[in-house]
Structures are given as C-alpha cells and as structure tokens.
Ligand binder design. Structure first.
Ligand SMILES: [Zn+2]
Length: 175
C-alpha cells in the first residue's frame, strides 16, 4: 500500500465527470487500498478517485464503522434538509455550513461486485452526496452562495501565493 498525493483546487481532474467502472480487477483493488490509506492519513471521512487523480466512479469512506467502498454510485432518492459544516481534502483548511438533503438512498456496487443499496442520514448522507459530487466534477466551492464563494476564492488564492500545504488543519471531518 502507498499514500497517494491528494489533488487540490485547480487540478482539471477534479472538474470532469469520472468514468463508469467496467470491471473489478486487481488494479482497482490496489487503488482502493491506497485510497483508504490516503484517506486515514489525511485524515478524512471520505475520498473519491478523482481526488487522487483517477478518473473513475469510485469512492471510499469511513464514518467510524470501518472502511467501505462504493463503485458506480447513484443517488436514487433524497429527502429532508440538513445544515452541516462541510470540508474537503481538495480545498484544505476551509469549512462551510452547507444545506443539503438529510437522507439519501444510494445504490452501487461493493468491491466484491455485489449490488448494494444504502441509506445514509446526516453525516453518512452528507458523505455520499459530497463524494458523488466529486465524481460529477463538482467541488464544494460550487455549493456556496456568492458571498461565501468570494471569501473562499480569496482564501484559496492566498494559500497558493504562500505555497499552501503549510497550514495546520483543525481536527474536523474532511471528505
Ligand atoms: Zn471533497
């Protein structure tokens, strides 16, 4: 297993729609192992393949119940509304309160190729929606209102100028 570099804001791989996975092979299993290690090291509660430069529809997550993998995920239903302070490993150091549906029903495949259907509420529902956004090429910044977005861009630009990466992150969930 090895740690993978996490792509950050400005990298084009984060802005394109990731491709469907056609088959589960040893290469994909190895990618998942590396993604899980990278997610724990970050630390984060979720990590999507485009965040490590891989243009595929797969993400890993762990909200405290062990690492899980979802392949070709699709949200089938969503309901309710929940405000949660969301962060992203690809836009490190920033968290914003974002309103999204509270409950989601997601379908996909696990690493053994079994079809799975999962219900996620609150944090888990949030992780599903956040990671699916990554597979669609959507970053957290695009979920902000205009005012928040201006502040975020200013912060991101200042990080680039001083070289980024040097800041300490508070111990909060990032995805
Ligand atoms: Zn993210």
């Amino acid at each position: 297993m090895s740690l993978l570099p996490i792509r950050t804001y400005g990298d084009p791989v984060l802005r394109s729609r990731a491709k469907e996975i056609e088959s589960i092979d040893a290469k994909l299993v190895a990618l998942v192992e590396d993604m899980i290690e990278t997610m724990y090291e970050a630390p984060g509660v979720g990590l999507a393949a485009p965040q490590v430069g891989v243009d595929k529809r797969i993400f890993v997550y762990d909200i405290g119940e062990g690492p899980k993998t979802l392949i070709n995920p699709e949200i089938k239903e969503s309901s309710g509304e929940w405000v949660y302070e969301e962060g992203c490993l690809s836009v490190p150091g920033l968290w914003w309160p974002i309103t999204r549906p509270k409950d989601v029903l997601i379908v996909g495949m696990d690493l053994e190729g079994n079809e799975v259907e999962l219900e996620g509420t609150e944090l888990l529902g949030r992780v599903f929606q956040h990671e699916l956004d990554h597979l669609e090429g959507v970053l957290l910044v695009e979920r902000l209102d205009e005012d928040q977005k201006k502040k975020a861009m200013k912060f991101i630009r200042s990080e680039v100028v001083i070289g980024g990466g040097s800041m300490r992150r508070p111990p909060k969930e990032q995805e």
